[in-house]
Design a protein around this ligand. Structure first.
Ligand SMILES: C[S@@+](CC[C@H](N)C(=O)[O-])C[C@H]1O[C@@H](n2cnc3c(N)ncnc32)[C@H](O)[C@@H]1O
Length: 501
């Protein structure tokens, strides 16, 4: 509707309006530039007063070296000269760690280095999930614990030029690849460090701890995953969020069957390269048909790094729901929510009715265990926080005018603009999240809102977008519906007020 109107209007535009048309307005026009920086409530210049914010513990005033402690909250950090520690050689790792280390030196993970493939790298959106906000005025500090070849940390650093991102790993070959990628992209806010996550010895901890810690596919390869997670908890800022991914037991039953079979068939004493060659030969012989139906075919289609990681790993643990909650809580953390809630939804898998209702009425863990059996996720990916933190809920729509919103930097907009004779027309607005294919926004208010968002790099109050949509011909209810849709699609999120400081 809006698009049809806009096409007509733009075609009638006079040549002297070209300046405006450069912004290619939709029906009724909208502010062609940004809809404005959101002033903090009650204080347009300096943001919210500290007293209005949730309490945030300070745990240091300058960078420090990790010393480790049994059960510290807030993070307990030794005040030493951090720079001298940075150059200190890591202690000799334990036997299991050495085995894992040489495994990854042979096959650095992943095989594909292109970033933007991973989800969950909108830092302020991640932080907005918890009710505690971070300390005002601090640079955002991020740790990628077990960064591998740096796919996640490069994505994160390039989406957040204002954040400092540190990647640590025990595999020197992976770190070298990450360093090269950081240099190739000119990312001055990212760096890497060789370090054993079993001890964290030598880790330079920023004052106040890390705001976001990523650990994707790592702690399940350690001898003591819970102990390593507890150490990460010690360096997590009080309002910080730890993003963890570990293997799921139920979803990996087929993978484990193949892995067990290969291990049983392979002669003992082979090097990892020899194991791979022999395993490839066996898998090739058994692979047939569709990878979804034949686990051997699924194995045959993998690149070397993913193949060995999945089927020939010397050390791994997997988790069902009770085991996963034990891991998180045993490390002194609290589960906040899944990173991929759609994978834990019954919609589309179970008709609505008494069975679905009874599953949805179960207490949290029982419900998740039931869904785990039905949906069998291969990985468990969750946000975890200090137990003092909790889930933050978005205010109801009637308060959205005053609510702070921001565009998700993981979203790439594609505006389909056609230049006509002395006028132009916008024919569609599409968005792509991460590496996914672009999706057209539904014509109407959502498209109009998407078009506004496509040039919006400042946080804004809901009222600014609602008013812009009203100028474009939509009423308040339609504008609120548009906002709801943008939130549902994760094109926008509501950051903590502290982000304005
Ligand atoms: C499956 S890869 C995941 C890499 C990266 N997180 C990603 O998602 O692309 C596991 C990584 O954990 C690292 N790792 C394993 N044990 C480690 C340890 N004790 N200390 C530090 N890194 C370790 C490995 O070197 C490897 O790079």
């Amino acid at each position: 509707m809006g698009l049809a109107k806009s096409a007509g209007q733009e075609q009638r535009a006079a040549p002297e309006q070209l300046g405006e048309l450069h912004g290619a307005r939709l029906a009724g026009g909208y502010p062609p530039a940004q809809i404005g920086v959101a002033p903090a409530p009650g204080n347009p210049r300096s943001g919210p007063s500290r007293s209005s914010l949730p309490r945030v513990e300070r745990c240091g005033t300058r960078a420090a070296r990790f010393e480790g402690s049994a059960n510290a909250f807030p993070p307990r950090i030794a005040r030493d000269n951090p720079s001298s520690e940075m150059t200190q050689a890591p202690a000799v790792p334990a036997r299991c760690t050495r085995e894992v280390q040489s495994f990854y030196e042979a096959y650095p993970y992943p095989s594909e280095r292109s970033p933007m493939l991973r989800s969950g790298f909108c830092l302020r959106r991640v932080l907005s999930m918890g009710s505690l906000s971070r300390e005002p005025g601090r640079t955002l500090q991020v740790l990628d614990a077990g960064c591998g070849r740096g796919v996640g940390l490069v994505t994160c650093a390039s989406l957040h030029p204002d954040a400092t991102v540190l990647g640590v790993d025990i595999c020197e070959r992976s770190l070298q690849d990450a360093r090269e990628e950081i240099a190739r992209r000119g990312l001055s806010n990212a760096r890497v460090q060789a370090l054993d996550l079993s001890t964290l010895a030598g880790l330079e901890v920023p004052a106040g701890g890390f705001d976001v810690i990523y650990s994707s596919g790592v702690v399940h390869h350690l001898e003591d995953p819970m102990g390593a997670l507890a150490k990460l908890r010690e360096v997590l800022a009080p309002g910080g969020v730890l993003v963890i991914m570990v293997y799921g037991t139920i979803g990996r039953l087929e993978i484990k069957r193949v892995a067990r079979t290969l291990k049983a068939w392979l002669a003992p004493g082979l090097t990892i390269e020899e194991k791979l060659e022999a395993a490839r030969f066996l898998v090739q012989g058994l692979a047939k048909g569709d990878a979804d139906e034949c686990p051997w075919q699924a194995a045959a289609s993998l690149a070397d790094a993913e193949f060995v990681d999945r089927y020939l790993h010397p050390q791994e643990t997997d988790y069902d729901i009770p085991g996963f909650f034990d891991l998180i809580e045993g490390a002194g953390l609290a589960w906040l929510q899944w990173c991929n809630p759609e994978a834990w939804s019954l919609a589309g898998h179970l008709e609505s009715g008494p069975l679905r209702d009874s599953i949805e009425a179960l207490p949290l863990r029982e419900r998740l265990s039931a869904i785990e059996q039905i949906r069998a996720p291969k990985n468990l990916q969750a946000f975890a926080v200090h137990p003092e933190n909790s889930a933050r809920t978005l205010p109801p729509p009637k308060q959205w005018r005053e609510t702070l919103f921001a565009a998700n930097p993981e979203v790439h907009f594609a505006v389909g603009r056609r230049n006509l004779w002395r006028s132009s027309r916008i024919e569609n607005v599409a968005f792509a999240k991460r590496a996914a294919e672009p999706v057209d926004l539904e014509a109407g208010c959502t498209t109009e809102a998407g078009l506004i968002l496509s040039t919006q790099n400042e946080p804004f109050r809901g009222a600014a977008l609602i008013e812009a949509l009203k100028v474009a011909g939509y009423d308040e209810a339609q504008a609120l519906e548009g906002l709801r849709e943008l939130l549902r699609l994760e094109l926008i999120y509501s950051p903590h007020e502290v982000e304005l400081t």
